[in-house]
Design a protein around this ligand. Structure first.
Ligand code: AMP
Length: 139
């Protein structure tokens, strides 16, 4: 399987479509998921192109994972969550719908189940507020 540079996250990286950004550095971008499965559902992606975990250069993973940790910590604090899930889907058979490597962060509260994968679009004002709240907790 090859990387298709017309995927939606590549377009976000090129600034062709908007996103609610949380964090950006030379190698990574974190932004809100537009069809959130919980409050504060966000995504962390490398800027380098790869479809999933298996075709990603380990050197890229080494740059992305500290950002996953940093954003997860901030998202949990901002949402007042009790914990979080980290998920990453590889290929359609496993549920992947956007073919640019991404890590899902789901801040979770005791007893509150996740909503369905790729469900309802969120209100953009709510996403903007959540992105702002998460940014405040970035250290
Ligand atoms: P996956 O199914 O693991 O490939 O996840 C793709 C995720 O991207 C889903 O949770 C979608 O809700 C999310 N998504 C799709 N389009 C956008 C977009 N334009 N901005 C932010 N998130 C998106």
């Amino acid at each position: 399987m090859t990387y298709d540079s017309n995927n939606i996250f590549a377009k976000i990286l090129r600034g062709e479509i908007p996103s609610h950004k949380i964090y950006e550095d030379e190698h990574t971008l974190a932004f809100m998921d537009v069809m959130p499965q919980c409050d504060g559902h966000c995504l962390v992606i490398p800027k380098a192109p790869s479809r999933g975990l298996l075709d990603t250069d380990p050197a890229v993973l080494a740059l992305v994972m500290p950002v996953v940790q940093k954003v997860a910590k901030a998202a949990v604090a901002a949402m007042g969550a009790d914990g979080f899930q980290l998920r990453q889907y590889n290929e359609a058979a496993a549920g992947q719908t956007v073919f640019h490597l991404h890590f899902h962060i789901f801040p979770m509260k005791e007893g509150v189940p996740l909503r369905g994968h790729v469900g309802k679009m969120a209100d953009h004002e709510v996403l903007a507020e959540q992105a702002k709240a998460i940014k405040v907790h970035l250290t």
